[in-house]
Design a protein around this ligand. Structure first.
Ligand code: CP
Length: 307
């Protein structure tokens, strides 16, 4: 039962509950008209304390396409946050007006705190360098569409594995599917945090490899998941400049990759995928962004219990 639940991290929902959301998304993709009024008279609040294009616009378009309405802010200083209001008080107030809330925040754990004070479902839209569960729903729906299922897949995650919250959430989520194999491609300074390695990969017995270059892993992969280096999480600009162009995916680097490998990226892209890759049939990152809207429609409808 998903009605009334919060989504703070990908493991909040079981594999079966995720499948319910994906099946709803399948239905929406097949027949959007059928769902165009299911959220009539419902209100979504978007509380974005950090910049966003895809997550905010896909949530807003998702609610509008379900027949609901949207309120919110994309600039916290336009709200009473600027006067020092706490997250607990903000969410308790928003819960008086809206039926469901989506929160992005630079501080890890902020959406969790909000959920503890909220009578309405709270969805984590990204908290610092921690988790981004709705990006993971997007990624899983996209992988499921192109690969047919979520089992027996070799996934290469490349770039900023230290600060990249989408990768943390994706690894956690994929660790629950049979025979997942993870290839982690990063420079030494941007390696996956130890807690992901120890508490997820080792604890769950997920087979994993570490690589320094895309070329050494690419021929094995079913999915190559590129990420940008997260400038906003660095303490030191010099380190960012030194590391930002470590990986630039081009045609040469995937010369020996499988013909049906798919290339994903949560976006925004900065420099890590050359534009020449956009025409490659394996490039799926803009279709992935579209899947984000469908899966968020499915999520909202299930959490509101309107189906
Ligand atoms: N993928 C993602 O979270 O993009 P935005 O930061 O634009 O929302």
């Amino acid at each position: 039962m998903l009605k009334g639940r919060h989504l703070i991290e990908p493991m909040d929902f079981t594999v079966e509950e995720l499948e319910t959301i994906f099946k709803t998304a399948d239905g929406i993709i097949e027949n959007p008209e059928k769902y165009s009024e299911v959220c009539k008279n419902k209100l979504l609040a978007t509380l974005f304390y950090e910049p966003s294009t895809r997550t905010r616009f896909s949530f807003e378009s998702a609610m509008l396409r379900l027949g609901g309405k949207v309120i919110g802010f994309s600039e916290p200083n336009s709200s009473s946050v600027a006067k020092g209001e706490s997250i607990a008080d903000t969410i308790r107030t928003i819960a008086c007006y809206a039926d469901i809330a989506v929160m992005r925040h630079p501080k890890e754990g902020a959406p969790y705190i909000a959920s503890q004070y909220s009578d309405i479902p709270v969805i984590n839209a990204g908290d610092g360098g921690h988790q981004h569960p709705t990006q993971t729903l997007t990624d899983l729906l996209t992988i499921r569409k192109y690969k047919g299922n979520l089992k027996n897949l070799k996934i290469g995650v490349c770039g900023d594995l230290k600060f990249g919250r989408t990768v943390h959430s994706l690894i956690k989520a994929m660790s629950r599917y049979e025979n997942t194999e993870i290839y982690m491609i990063s420079p030494e300074e941007l390696k996956i945090p130890d807690y992901i390695k120890e508490e997820v990969l080792i604890k769950k017995g997920v087979k994993y490899h570490e690589a320094k270059t895309i070329e050494e892993a690419a021929p094995e992969l079913d999915i190559l998941y590129m990420t940008r280096v997260q400038r906003e999480r660095f303490f030191n600009e010099e380190d960012y400049i030194r590391l930002k162009d470590t990986y630039i995916l081009n045609k040469e680097k995937i010369k020996y990759s499988k013909k049906d490998m798919i290339i994903l990226h949560p976006l925004p892209r900065v420099n890590e995928i050359a534009y020449e890759i956009d025409d490659d049939p394996r490039a799926c990152y803009f279709q992935q962004a579209k899947m984000g809207m469908y899966v968020r429609m499915a999520l909202i409808a299930n959490l509101l219990g309107v189906l």
